[in-house]
Design a protein around this ligand. Structure first.
Ligand code: NAP
Length: 319
């Protein structure tokens, strides 16, 4: 009998068909909408492997029902949707998708930084709304990126890839982690800073931190207050690392200049979200790793992890 893999979103047939010969594959029937919890719990009851996304909470309740589960393969590098203690308790390995999305997410981070600094979305809207009447010396004047200081908080895989891009723009690179990276500091001429020093010094504060108990709402009122009034805050990590009310107040009271956000505390957000009402916010719907090439690589890595475990081997990228 074939082992059953349950996939929580509809994936394209051209990807699935590679695995159908070997496995019984059952999928939620929609690509855009998450699987309802009751359907998920019913499906995992006899599944050998769960292919999940960041929309599903993987917790005690799920492992209690999914008695046959041998692996959970999550389509993301971040794993704040997964209770690892519960997975450990039930002896189920959990995998993620590091590395394959690093460069793509760094591209998006830099694109968002530039769009926010140079007011690209406002410029585009200006033409769409037929408001471009004349040239004016300071019309939609933004702020320079080149030769400014970028402060990367969370200098991991994606942070390093962003730093390399920043170097190409002749930016001064400073970073904060819990641990220093001596070789990397030399390679890109980056300087290690304490968190408080970094947020005071940086023109662009870029969050690439995982969401953990330690990083929850790390960017809050006190932190925004310490940033330069001209600072631009970029978040491509998880919305939960920011207190969104404090960010809104900091933007409205001009404590900081602007923000570029790919992630929000409670996703998906709608256009009535307070941050979206501000002209100096560029908001994106969590598309950091969303290129076709990278999404295919992420999906294949999820399957490779499942295939390894179900074949009695070690997973490739266990968390
Ligand atoms: P990573 O390689 O694990 O990097 C995370 C970095 O954060 C590490 O260098 C770590 O260094 C640092 N860090 C962790 N906890 C910290 C703390 N409390 N204080 C200071 N630094 C801390 O992960 P990655 O692959 O670069 O991904 C980073 C995050 O980006 C993911 O967790 C995910 O949430 C997010 N992400 C978002 C998207 C998107 O679509 N928007 C796409 C991919 C990833 P130390 O351990 O030395 O502190």
């Amino acid at each position: 009998m074939k082992s059953k893999i349950y996939i929580t979103r509809k994936l394209p047939d051209y990807i699935i068909k590679k695995y159908e010969e070997k496995y019984e594959i059952t999928m939620w029937n929609q690509a855009e909408t998450p699987v309802p919890r009751d359907v998920l719990l019913k499906e995992v009851a006899d599944a050998d492997a769960l292919f999940s996304t960041l929309s599903e909470e993987i917790n005690d309740e799920l492992f209690e029902v999914g008695k046959n589960l041998k692996v959970v393969s999550n389509l993301a590098v971040g794993f704040d949707n997964i209770d690892l203690k519960a997975a450990h308790k039930y002896g189920v390995p959990v995998t993620n998708t590091p590395d394959v999305l690093t460069e793509t997410t760094a591209d998006l981070t830099f694109a968002l930084l530039m769009a926010t600094a140079r007011r690209l979305i406002e410029g585009s809207k200006c033409i769409e709304e037929n408001k471009w009447e004349n040239w004016a010396p300071f019309m939609l004047a933004g702020t320079d990126v080149h030769h400014k200081t970028i402060g990367i908080v969370g200098m991991g895989r994606i942070g390093e890839a962003v730093a390399k891009r920043a170097k190409g723009f002749n930016m001064n690179i400073i970073y904060h982690n819990r641990s220093r990276k001596a070789d990397f500091e030399i390679a890109v001429e980056a300087d290690y800073y304490d968190f408080d020093e970094l947020i005071e010094e940086a023109d662009f504060v870029v969050s690439l931190l995982p969401l953990t108990n330690e990083t929850k709402e790390k960017f809050n009122k006190a932190v925004f207050k310490k940033m330069k009034n001209s600072a631009i805050f970029i978040n491509v990590s998880r919305g939960g690392v920011v207190n969104e009310g404090d960010l809104y107040n900091a933007l409205v009271s001009e404590e900081i200049r602007a923000a570029g956000l790919d992630v929000f505390a409670d996703e998906p957000i709608q256009n009535d979200h307070p941050l979206v009402s501000l002209d100096n916010v560029v908001a994106l719907p969590h598309i950091g790793s969303a290129s076709v090439e990278t999404r295919e690589k992420m999906i294949n890595l999820c399957f490779d992890n499942i295939d390894a475990v179900l074949s009695g081997k070690k997973p490739l990228t266990e968390i």
